[in-house]
Write a protein that binds this ligand. Structure first.
Ligand code: 48F
Length: 264
């Protein structure tokens, strides 16, 4: 007695993967918003915008999305959040324990639930192993990103990248602030760089520093503190979630303005 009534031969496995991956990639050539970095701020921004009806492409250069969540602090895999974000945890189905007037969550569970919420969304395309290497700019506006396969970048192979277009781009690349750094090299925009560790200040800073840095280019999460000089912080994540929400709000406002310009 065989276990499978419809066995799948190797060539069908290959064909289906190619068909479905390149269908997603083709759709990602033109989206409303590209989020670079699938850490907590990028993922929250992505599913919030998708809930508003936007088509969002999320890129991450690593194999596993989730950014800096997975290992908690020093590999002790718990993270801490402020009680103000309990609603985001509940709506994302993330179990938490309340202790000492704060919330404690399993880091792998937190990461995987945020990834699942973003990547299961019908209007989100999440592409891992894709590295953003430059910005696409039209006139004064940032209008997309230049991407390559992470393996090609890691090997340093001389292979040209290609462009994915969008009406707005979010730099959610964490401490490196990759896209804003690229933008500042070309335009002279000055970056303050992140300051010493202080969780209470850093958590306020990260929300305050979430902003549009150039027409069409937004920054959220630790990248925002790197750009504007906010404090770094350890494995406390309420600020990252609220930064992702604020970025989604700012991008929505910007896109409504772009739509008005086009129509009138
Ligand atoms: O660092 P990361 O988790 O960003 P975040 O949303 O959250 C910061 C916290 O994890 C932590 C902290 C908590 O309090 O301080 O650091 O600001 O995730 C950034 C993601 O961006 C990806 C990277 O692999 C990571 O998953 N990334 C970085 N550069 C690129 C990129 C790039 N050039 N192209 C694509 N992805």
């Amino acid at each position: 007695m065989r276990a499978f009534s419809n066995p799948v031969p190797d060539e069908k496995v290959s064909r289906l993967i190619l068909k479905h991956y390149f269908r997603d990639l083709s759709e990602a050539v033109n989206s409303d918003v590209i989020v670079v970095g699938a850490g907590p701020s990028g993922l929250v921004c992505a599913f919030t915008l998708a809930d508003e009806g936007y088509r969002v492409t999320v890129l991450d250069r690593r194999l596993a999305p989730g950014g800096g969540i997975w290992g908690g602090a020093m590999g002790f895999n718990k993270v801490v959040l402020q009680k103000d974000v309990v609603g985001i945890l509940e709506e994302s189905g993330i179990p938490f324990e309340e202790d000492e007037d704060a919330l404690v969550v399993s880091a792998p569970l937190f990461a995987s639930k945020l990834i699942a919420r973003a990547s299961a969304h019908p209007r989100v395309k999440l592409l891992n192993l894709v590295t953003a290497v430059d910005l696409h700019v039209t006139g004064e506006r940032v209008t997309g990103v230049v991407v390559n396969q992470s393996a090609i970048e890691m090997e340093g192979l001389h292979v040209d990248p290609m462009v994915l277009r969008a009406l707005a781009v979010l730099d959610a690349t964490g401490h490196e602030a990759v896209l804003v750094t690229l933008y500042s090299r070309r335009t002279g925009l000055s970056l303050v760089r992140e300051s010493f560790m202080n969780a209470e200040r850093g958590e306020e800073d990260v929300v305050a520093n979430t902003r549009m840095v150039a027409p069409g280019l937004f920054v959220a999460g630790m990248a925002a503190n790197n750009v504007a000089g906010g404090c770094r912080m350890g494995p406390i994540f309420g600020g990252m979630l609220l930064s992702g929400k604020k970025a989604a709000y700012l991008i929505d406002e910007y896109l409504k303005g772009v739509a008005k310009e086009v129509s009138g």
